[in-house]
Design a protein around this ligand. Sequence first.
Ligand code: PMP
Length: 442
Amino acid sequence: KVGEYMLHLDKSQAAFREAKTLMPGGVNSPVRSYKNVDCDPPFIDHAKGSKIYDIDGNEYIDYVGSWGPMVVGHAHPQVVIALQKAVEKGTSYGAPTVLESDLAKLVMSVYPSIEKIRMVNSGTEATMSALRVARGYTGRDKIVKFIGCYHGHGDSLLVKAGSGAATFGVPDSPGVTKGTAQDTITVPYNDSAAVTKVLEEQGDEIAAVIVEPVAGNMGLVLPKQGYLRTLRELTQKHGIVLIFDEVMCGFRASLGGAQAAYGIVPDMTCLGKIIGGGLPVAAYGGKREIMDMVAPEGPVYQAGTLSGNPLAMTAGIVTLSLLTADPEDGQPDYSRVLTLKTKKLLLSMQASAKEAGVKIQAHQAGSMFGIFFNDKDVYDYETSAASDQEAFKVYFKSMLEQGIYIAPSQFETLFMSGAHSDEDIEKTEAAARNAFKAVAQF
Ligand code: PMP
């Protein structure tokens, strides 16, 4: 028995049994099934602040944050009140609103590389559409993606993909046609020589290079010094559209995302998660000249019944207003506070792993963090995949039993929110200490 917290999941297990008769794997997104960690997932009843509660009445400190969006915490009072007001005014119009321009302006105020933007409903749509625009703009068919990066489940991008696709061993999904897969060239992440070679050889056929500038879907993997600059220079040289997929690292690697943190200006950017404050929103945008290819301004078609939905825009506007509030006005500097809290937690985890004699690699980018059970450096998919999966399972279960809710895979990233208190973090540190002891004993 690890820790004092033993989980009772009877109701969740019954709910899961039923869900499995209704939905593939009992879920609407694969990693939620916990299949790879050999246990059943808690079914969630509600969430508030830093905590998430299951239907069995268990309380957890949540570092998944709906896989990234919940940066100000669950059910933030300002978000809730704004949504309550918005819902009274109708839930969807399928017509322009001022809200869309308000969210666009907020995003552009911290992402100056985005000169025009289009709102969509998921990260998948954002990357899929950005690729179509890049292809339309360049008149070229091929794209380059990096092994272990995940950009949603669009056909062109489900090739050597990370996240759940890697967790469940289907990085190249059946159902993607050979023709589509052939147009996707994959290259190891952080390998400047490999991408240079591909671009030198096939540069004039390549429409876009798409990258997670801080990679969060093979666990958290940071770009090596100079790597993003190399991508920028190479794509410029070959007339290729450089797409930063900041769906996850946007507003997290820093307020202005990885592009601000590393000082690189991409041609296009995909955002998601945080910009919808927990409602379904994502966006793609970039240079005016490229975005003017999009219908009805230009010929590249992309549309959406619920795109720019007023509830979703409202949640995004409040969330981004909280994040971008000027510290001079007496508001907390959100990003800085989150970065410091994350650093404190990670330092403690490193110390207790060491004390237990467990070798880990701990990575942080702003409010994103993650550990690998690995005694060697992790800088790409191969080195990430070499991490000890069995040790992770022991760690994961121990944390869950102790009321700490983390992603059930080493190929995912964890997130700090503004709602995590010092007490939450101290509890997490204590739980991690126990969990590392459990790993050492197994
Ligand atoms: N890009 C990145 C970098 C992501 O992390 C994700 C999802 N985690 C996506 C795209 C896809 O977003 P969605 O799940 O909203 O389709």
